[in-house]
Design a protein. Structure first.
Length: 371
């Protein structure tokens, strides 16, 4: 069986969570770097990773890595990659990527050189001077860090955070992959009840239901590599069937969502229905001041940020109310993500543990209360 070297980028701070996911689903030779987990596996692993990983941003095949200080070196090394093993004569092969602290710092120039090298390699193999690029998309991605170049092929297409259930959202939704990482850190699968007192468009409660019921987050969408000539439909069919078989709908689990905005309540209900977990959710309109803590439940929330939805003083008042309403302990832990550096002061309790995470470009802390 052909094995591929695979890479899964993730949000900074979730590397350990993602590496755990990869190991549990059978990834081999798992290694972790900042914002990325690499592992090995065959075609089955490519399908499984796309379907089941909840905290990966996408699944990439690493075609090669090398050092390049000049465009000539970049061109020659890309020319040496076995692109024809993946890209057919009619396939599209756009190029994108980034460069950090490297001699080759111009992104457009790097794109152009890599594209030219790919064209020359494929011209030599297919004996043609022109590529229509009307077939399946094979997105080439380059990553240049301190002159070390890695070339990848994207198997996912749309980012893996796009589960297919959240076509609508409120003004400041949390990314699905970040929510799933927090859900994992909170060990929601061990609880029978999850509560979000400010549920917004319902990302935490939906992702919590996915985790508790062992629902693969990619079951409701398709992936770029399924359209490739090299893709084996039987492999994807088998992996989808195995993912469906693994779902545990008999688990006693309930997710409770509350929000002061009736539109947010409607969004949560709609998104939960699209996600196929509507029967596991209960959502209602309620101000946080009327919130009653749920004993034996895990509480997770993403309160409004001062710079985005409320002014800072209003946000701080909200944190005070949260602190008055929540009484976290071992049986009823609480996890709150916010960029406010003095959150603990307003919440009135020092966190048992903090973890730095990024919600988009916003640096946040996950405040964890579990003792």
């Amino acid at each position: 069986m052909t094995k591929f070297k695979l890479a899964a980028p993730c949000i900074f701070g979730l590397e350990s969570v993602l590496s755990g996911e990869v190991r549990r689903m059978g990834g081999e030779n798992v290694t972790t770097t900042d914002g990325r987990v690499t592992f090995e596996g065959g075609k089955e692993m490519i399908a499984r990773a796309n379907l089941r990983l909840s905290t990966a941003e996408r699944v990439l095949i690493e075609l090669g890595s090398f050092k390049a200080l000049s465009f000539a070196e970049l061109f020659d090394n890309v020319m040496a990659l076995p692109l024809e093993e993946f890209i057919d004569k009619d396939d599209a092969f756009p190029v994108k990527g980034h460069s950090i602290n490297s001699q080759l710092h111009s992104i457009p120039d790097c794109q152009s050189i890599i594209k030219k090298a790919a064209v020359e390699r494929l011209k030599n193999n297919y004996h043609t001077d022109w590529f229509e690029e009307t077939g399946a998309v094979h997105q080439l991605i380059f990553n240049i860090i301190k002159d070390e170049v890695s070339i990848y092929l994207d198997t996912s297409g749309a980012g893996l955070h796009k589960r297919g259930y959240r076509r609508n959202s409120n003004a400041a939704p949390i990314k699905e992959t970040l929510a799933a990482g927090i859900i994992d850190l909170a060990k929601v699968r061990l609880f029978d009840k999850l509560v979000d007192p400010m549920c917004g468009s319902g990302t935490f409660v939906v992702e919590g239901a996915y985790k508790a019921l062992n629902i693969a987050p990619g079951l409701r969408r398709s992936f770029a590599c399924e359209k490739w000539q090299q893709s084996d439909p039987a492999v994807w069919q088998a992996e989808r069937a195995a993912a469906v078989e693994a779902i545990n709908r008999t688990k006693e689990f309930k997710a409770l969502g509350f929000d002061i905005d009736p539109h947010a309540v409607d969004l949560t209900i709609e998104n939960a229905r699209k996600a196929g977990v509507g029967s596991k959710l209960s959502v209602c309109e309620q101000d946080i001041r009327g919130f009653k803590p749920q004993k034996g439940a895990v509480t997770i929330c993403n309160p409004p940020y001062g710079e985005r939805l409320l002014d800072i003083r209003q946000a701080e008042e909200l944190y005070k109310v949260l602190g008055e309403k929540l009484s976290p302990d071992k049986e009823s832990p609480c996890f709150i993500i916010t960029p406010h550096e003095e959150f603990e002061k307003f919440f009135g309790k020092k966190a048992d543990k903090k973890r730095k995470l990024y919600n988009g470009m916003i640096k946040c802390n996950l405040y964890m209360y579990f003792k």
